[in-house]
Design a protein around this ligand. Structure first.
Ligand code: PLP
Length: 393
């Protein structure tokens, strides 16, 4: 039977200590112990169910982590204060000086900058590849390769990663596959497709309200325990803990994610089909002409569609700016970075969220200066939205 991430969350039946339908929010940074020995054992990770200090674990973050682990079908999960914290803590937990990472060259700009500019300072080598070219990935593997890193659907070019094949390449070389599933929660279950670690910017679709920044790492219990180890865990020692008030509000929003993802996908598919008919240079994984349409179909949890992200190449930056400004004035949505919001957001990737990528690399990977990335909202009347967009072109 196919895995159903929405059912997995539903079946968890989380409730609070007084039967509260929403678990109580932790309002404490520290916790009392009846005995000194219990505190000592908790410090050394030998006590189940005890909380020590809120940077380490706190009940609110644990509820959310459990729900995410259920959604991803992983043994465990960890909550962080941003998507970047999830990515950086997970990578730094695995890699030490002298190790090697293979990454898709097309990734979120902040991730690209971390891999390109930050890790080499600590003698961690990074190879950038076209992640859709498996031969290139295989050829990049070295004896010290520890991680193959990719985004399930890459930002902003919307290339689809062949997760089962990438997992096979990683595993046959003793490396891990780490997948950023920020664009496609519920649509893909990367751990079911072979990924060892699934990371999220929960700032985006998972929360869906643009009212906070947050992240998550889903993986084996062993790995999550390593992250929180008091002696060498990156999450514990670098300290990017999410405030419990926020994790409790994200948990409530997570429970409507399945409905939102379907509507984001339905609206994006409708716009993409019509943009194609209008002859626009559109990229959307749900269009049959998309190079990885069949691959996407073979890996997806069908009912959630092809996602809310699409991109149109308007040729030049000037054209892109004119269309975006008109769309904002006409009420299509907002000229803003980020994604996964209930309103449509659009930005010119090469000059915003991918501006960390040098222009010559942007050209090499096929990122046009006029590419506008859309995060399609939850509009009830998408037919009307299309008519407004048409007037802005
Ligand atoms: N991963 C992807 C695919 C993103 O688009 C972003 C941000 O745009 C991030 C990670 C970073 O997440 P955060 O802004 O929550 O740190």
């Amino acid at each position: 039977m196919k895995f159903n991430p929405a059912k997995a969350i539903h079946d968890l039946k989380q409730f609070g200590e007084f039967g509260d339908v929403n678990p109580s929010i932790t309002d404490s940074s520290t916790y009392t112990f009846l005995r000194g020995k219990t505190m000592e054992d908790t410090f050394h990770g030998q006590m189940e169910g005890c909380f020590l200090y809120s940077r380490h674990w706190n009940p609110s973050n644990k509820y959310l982590a459990d729900a995410l682990a259920a959604m991803e079908n992983t043994e465990s999960a960890w909550i962080t204060a941003s998507g970047m914290a999830a990515i950086t803590c997970a990578l730094l937990q695995i890699c030490k000086s002298g190790d090697h990472i293979i990454t898709s060259v097309t990734t979120y700009g902040g991730t690209y900058a971390f891999l390109k500019n930050w890790l080499p300072k600590y003698n961690i080598e990074v190879s950038f590849v076209d992640i859709t070219n498996l031969e290139q990935v295989r050829n990049a593997v070295k004896p010290n390769t520890k991680v193959i890193y990719t985004e399930s659907v890459t930002n902003p070019l919307l290339q689809v990663s062949n997760m089962p094949e990438l997992a096979a390449i990683a595993h046959s070389n003793g490396a891990k596959l780490m997948v950023d599933n920020t664009f496609t929660p519920m649509i893909f279950s990367p751990a079911m497709l072979g990924a060892d670690l699934v990371v999220y910017s929960m700032t985006k679709f998972i929360n869906g309200k643009n009212d906070c920044v947050a992240g998550a790492i889903c993986g084996s219990a062993e790995f999550i325990n390593q992250l929180s180890n008091v002696n060498d865990g990156t999450a514990m020692l670098l300290g990017p803990v999410l405030d419990p008030l926020r994790s409790s509000s994200i948990l409530k929003n997570l429970n409507t994610l399945h409905i939102r993802m379907k509507q984001h996908s339905r609206n994006a598919q409708y716009l993409a089909d019509n943009f194609e008919k209008l002859g626009l240079k559109i990229i959307y994984p749900g269009l049959q002409k998309h190079p990885q349409f069949m691959l996407h179909k073979s890996m997806m949890n069908e009912e959630f569609g092809f996602g809310g992200m699409l991109a149109i190449d308007f040729g030049t930056m000037e054209n892109a700016y004119v269309v975006m400004q008109k769309m904002q004035e006409a009420g299509v949505g907002y000229l803003a970075v980020s994604l996964g919001y209930f309103r449509t957001l659009f930005s010119c990737s090469g000059h915003s969220t991918s501006s960390e990528v040098p222009v010559e690399v942007q050209k090499e990977m096929g990122l046009s200066e006029g590419l506008v990335r859309f995060s399609v909202g939850l509009d009830n009347d998408i037919e009307n939205t299309l008519e407004i967009i048409k007037r802005c072109l």
